[in-house]
Design a protein around this ligand. Structure first.
Ligand SMILES: Nc1ncnc2c1ncn2[C@@H]1O[C@H](COP(=O)(O)OP(=O)(O)OP(=O)(O)O)[C@@H](O)[C@H]1O
Length: 228
C-alpha cells in the first residue's frame, strides 16, 4: 500500500529532514511512527500526502507515484489519503453533520448518498446524538472523533494521523486509539499514526517505526518502546 524507496528530502536551509528512507507498509497495517522532535515525522507525512516532493527516491501510495503527480492532480490523490491532526481543524461555523458532509460535497457525492454516508460515519464514531452540535460545543475527544469521521467519510485507502491524541487526556486518548483500531479492522484502512505517546505505544502494541535525524533507526513488528 505504501512504498518508500530511498527517499531523501532537504529543506532550502540545508536541513536533511529525511535520509534514504525505505519503508514498505502493507494494506490493512496499522503502524506507529515515533521519534524525537525534529526527527522528520511531519516531513514523512508531507511526502506521503503530496504536500512536498522528495529530492530523491520514490513514494508510492496505493499504486500512485506521489512525487511524480502533477500539481493539479494532487487534490484528487488526497481524496484517497485521509488526514487527522492534533488540532482537529474543524470548520467552526458548521455543525458536526455539516463538517462531515462538506468533505463529501467537495468530491461531488450526490446529496442523498451524502446523508446516508454521514449517518453511517456518525454511527461509527459514536456521535449520532451530536450531529447538530457545533465544534465548540464538543469536548476535545469528541472533536477529534468528528475529525476522524470526516477523514474516513470518503473511504480513503490510507489514514494518516499526526499526533491525534496530542491534546487529549489518557482516557480520551484511549477512546481515540480504540476508534482507530475499529476503523483499521472494520474498513481495512491502512493507518499510520505519528505519536509521542509512550503509554499508548507500549499498551496497544503495533509495528513501530522510529526516526532519528531523518533516518529510520528502528522498525519493529513486536511493538512497544522496549522492543526498539
Ligand atoms: N519548512 C521547513 N523549512 C526548513 N526546515 C524545516 C522545515 N520543516 C521542517 N524543517 C526541519 O526539518 C527537520 C524535520 O522536521 P519535521 O517537522 O519533519 O520533524 P518532526 O519529527 O515532525 O518534529 P515534531 O515532533 O516537532 O513535529 C527539523 O530539523 C526541522 O527544523
Amino acid at each position: 500500500m505504501i512504498d518508500l524507496k530511498d527517499v531523501s528530502k532537504a529543506y532550502p536551509n540545508g536541513v536533511h529532514a529525511l535520509n534514504h528512507v525505505n519503508l514498505h507498509i502493507d494494506k490493512g497495517e496499522f503502524v506507529y511512527v515515533i521519534g524525537a522532535t525534529g526527527s522528520g515525522k511531519s516531513t514523512l507525512i508531507k511526502v506521503l500526502n503530496g504536500e512536498i516532493v522528495p529530492d530523491e527516491g520514490t513514494v508510492i501510495v496505493g499504486g500512485v507515484n506521489v512525487g511524480a503527480l502533477k500539481h493539479r492532480k494532487v487534490p484528487y490523490y488526497r481524496r484517497n489519503v485521509g488526514c487527522v491532526f492534533q488540532d482537529y481543524r474543524l470548520l467552526p461555523k458548521l455543525t458536526v453533520y455539516e463538517n462531515i458532509a462538506f468533505a463529501l460535497e467537495v468530491v461531488g457525492m450526490p446529496r442523498k448518498q451524502i446523508r446516508k454516508r454521514v449517518m453511517e460515519v456518525l454511527d461509527l464514531v459514536d456521535l449520532k446524538e451530536k450531529a447538530r452540535s457545533y465544534p465548540d460545543e464538543l469536548s476535545g475527544g469528541q472533536q477529534q472523533r468528528v475529525t476522524i469521521g470526516r477523514a474516513i467519510a470518503n473511504k480513503p485507502m490510507v489514514l494518516i494521523a499526526d499526533e491525534p491524541t496530542g491534546n487529549l487526556d489518557p482516557e480520551k486518548s484511549l477512546e481515540i486509539i480504540t476508534l482507530l483500531e475499529k476503523i483499521n479492522k472494520k474498513l481495512d484502512t491502512t493507518i499510520m499514526m505519528v505519536t509521542h505517546d509512550k503509554v499508548l505505544v507500549d499498551r496497544f502494541k503495533k509495528r513501530t517505526i522510529m526516526l532519528d535525524k531523518g533516518y529510520v533507526i528502528h522498525d519493529s513488528n513486536r511493538g512497544g518502546y522496549k522492543s526498539l
